[in-house]
Design a protein around this ligand. Structure first.
Ligand SMILES: [Mg+2]
Length: 151
């Protein structure tokens, strides 16, 4: 099972109080959101995580896994690919296309997957998406919904 994970609005909720002062603060995940997410992963050891967030436009992949707990970091396996800019305008659901392209490039078209995003409109309506309330980020209810997909 692959989990395509967004970050902003998911592991970094909008309600964050202070404006981050440094890059390290900016990149820090909310500990409650991270705990809820990682605890689900601990119950499903076969689930792997691919980052679908726009963070992949800013950071090299190597900086991402260390932001997770050490027992989870090795399960953060990559970024979704960037599509050819020439073709991007053809896609209404860009993030969904990036997921499909990741599956294609990794010969994983037959693997079940689920996406986690605070903008579920990045995916067609019938897609397996755990929709997150961006104000709270990944919470207890998100954990329950994700578990149902992974079971
Ligand atoms: Mg987001």
């Amino acid at each position: 099972m692959l989990i395509f994970l967004d970050i902003d609005g998911v592991l970094i909720p909008e309600r964050r109080h202070e404006t981050p002062g440094s890059l390290a603060e900016l990149m820090k995940f909310n500990s409650d959101c991270l705990n809820h997410f990682e605890n689900v992963l601990r119950s499903y050891p076969n689930a792997l995580v691919v980052i679908s967030s726009s963070w992949r436009e800013i950071f090299p992949f190597e900086v991402i896994p260390p932001l997770f707990s050490p027992d989870i970091a090795s399960r953060i396996i990559g970024f979704t690919p960037f599509l050819n800019p020439k073709n991007i305008h053809q896609h209404k659901y860009l993030r969904h296309q990036e997921v499909l392209e990741y599956l294609r490039q990794n010969q994983a078209e037959n693997l079940p997957w689920v996406a986690i995003d605070d903008i579920p409109e990045h995916y067609p309506p019938d897609s397996p998406v755990v929709a997150i309330d961006d104000y709270n980020g990944f919470d207890q209810n998100s954990a329950k919904v994700l578990s149902e997909y992974l079971t």
